[in-house]
Write a protein of this length. Structure first.
Length: 489
């Protein structure tokens, strides 16, 4: 079996499938250096300034004359990203899904949406009542029985002493969590004197189903735990008789995220996600891709698949707007790969981005969503937000994702409020962290067919939608982090 993997026929680097010692020879290339697992080996001599090609696209330029067989990484590879490029609209792309007979068993909500879990969520309006929310989670968990998938509090440090856009984003985020259809019932817990108090927050919630959403102001009751427990009991009595029923897969919304990536994320796990993405959107389902900084250097690929000029223009605004966010804070926006990414073999941002966007497959981009904006269009949606794992999974949840496919090459136990399917990019991670990982895409490296593996992943998604617990659910790994951009008073 080959020890090097060349992704695209135009590439002048290959990826090491195991630790390679200097002197190893294959297909006319002799390794001049030790090449760590997942790192790049040069397949042709390059002069300083010439492009290094991976995924069929440049991922930067070589900084010194470098012979074939050399290890290519941060010591001799530099990003080409340095300015705002010009983008050209290439024309419309027709999105025409075909009616599918694939169904999932879900809970039909009163507003017409579906949920794939029937949980009770406790949402504090401000960090001052975080401990109260957690105490109510414990009380509620001991109280419920059959018919409810659990009681979960989602704490955060915000809701007060914020300004303008920053405070607005917190309110929109909390409202989106309260309205999420995986929660059959929601208890909103307020202190009472915060900026984002219940009276203010109600303006962001739209029509409120008083049987589904209950409100508790801690300062207005003698015993907030007793009062909260009573409200949780009322919510449980309302949702415990809800039953799953078959609904078309076009109702399903799936988010995509990668974290703790390695060089195989864009070769195995993200590629499988891309194939699943194509199958879901072809059947009329909705998918959401986020992590805008991890589109830098690969945005042209997504822009070329815009459904129309309006969506194309939204993409330009999204990309340039997020770059401006970096610049306005005096930060360079092209030094994104984390230490774990570097250790795993990813050198430049365009290399990371080209691997990241593989999760979109070849699906047509039908819309671009702002923070906490609800996904309303079928097809592939792009969501404005950073690459940070906890913020990203929160953003995806708030956009309406029923579940998230989370690819990783280094491993992470993180989970969202919604089921988070962890997909390993390599088999050693899967074997070492079976308590974290739900699906192993590393079998692609071992020669298993991408068609067969993506089919297995699709069936796993259906099982999760039907109620199968993911590892993050079994391990009680559920967190939120609200994107912050502003002054704290």
């Amino acid at each position: 079996m080959s020890k090097f993997f060349k992704i695209h026929s135009d590439d002048n680097v290959a990826v090491a499938l195991e630790n390679i010692k200097a002197g190893y020879a294959e297909n006319g290339i002799t390794a001049l250096d030790n090449i760590p697992f997942g790192h790049k080996i040069l397949l042709a001599d390059l002069k300083a300034g010439e492009s290094v090609i991976k995924y069929g696209y440049p991922i930067g330029h070589i900084t010194v004359d470098t012979p074939a067989g050399s290890h290519v990484h941060e010591h001799n590879l530099k990003t080409d990203l340095a300015s705002k490029p010009e983008y050209e609209f290439k024309g419309d792309n027709e999105y025409q899904p075909v009616k599918s007979d694939i169904t999932v068993n879900a809970y039909k909500r009163a507003d017409g949406r579906i949920g794939i879990r029937n949980e009770i969520w406790i949402i504090p309006t401000v960090g001052c009542v975080n401990k109260t929310a957690l105490q109510l989670e414990r009380l509620g968990s001991a109280m419920i029985g059959d018919g409810c998938d659990g009681v979960f509090a989602y704490t955060h440090p915000y809701g007060c002493s914020q300004m303008e856009e920053d405070q607005e984003n917190t309110r929109k985020t909390l409202a989106a969590l309260i309205n999420h259809p995986n929660a059959g019932g929601v208890l909103v817990v307020s202190l009472g004197c915060e900026n984002t108090n219940i009276g203010v927050l109600k303006n962001y919630l739209g029509d409120i189903d008083e049987k589904r959403v209950k409100f508790l102001v801690a300062q207005e009751v003698d015993d907030e735990l007793e009062a909260g427990a009573k409200l949780i009991k009322e919510l449980y009595d309302t949702i415990k008789n809800c039953k799953r029923e078959p609904v078309g897969i076009e109702n399903l919304i799936v988010g995509y995220k990668c974290g703790g990536s390695d060089a195989f994320s864009g070769i195995t796990a993200n590629v499988l996600c891309g194939r699943v993405n194509e199958k879901l959107t072809a059947a009329g389902g909705s998918t959401i891709l986020t992590e805008v900084p991890e589109m830098f250097g690969a945005e042209h690929i997504l822009m070329a698949r815009s459904e129309n000029k309006e969506v194309f223009d939204k993409q330009i605004k999204m990309i340039n707007g997020f770059k401006e966010y970096f610049y306005s804070n005096g930060v360079e926006c092209y030094e994104n790969p984390s230490p774990g990414n570097h250790d795993g073999g990813i050198t430049t941002l365009e290399e990371k981005s080209l691997g990241c966007v593989q999760k979109g497959g070849k699906s047509v981009v039908t819309d671009v969503l702002d923070h906490a904006e609800q996904c309303k269009k079928n097809g592939l949606n792009l969501l404005i937000g950073p690459g940070n794992d906890m913020v990203s999974v929160t953003n995806l949840t708030c956009a309406g994702a029923h579940m998230i496919l989370f690819t990783t090459g280094r491993g992470t136990s993180l989970g969202a409020p919604v089921p988070t399917v962890k997909i390993s990019s390599n088999t050693p991670l899967f074997e070492r962290k079976k308590s974290w990982i739900d699906f192993n895409a590393g079998e692609m490296i071992n020669g298993e067919s991408p068609d067969e593996l993506s089919g297995e992943l699709f069936e796993h998604i259906i099982s999760v939608a039907n109620g199968e617990k993911t590892k993050n659910e079994r391990n009680a790994c559920r967190d939120i982090a609200i994107f912050k951009n502003g002054v704290t008073l």
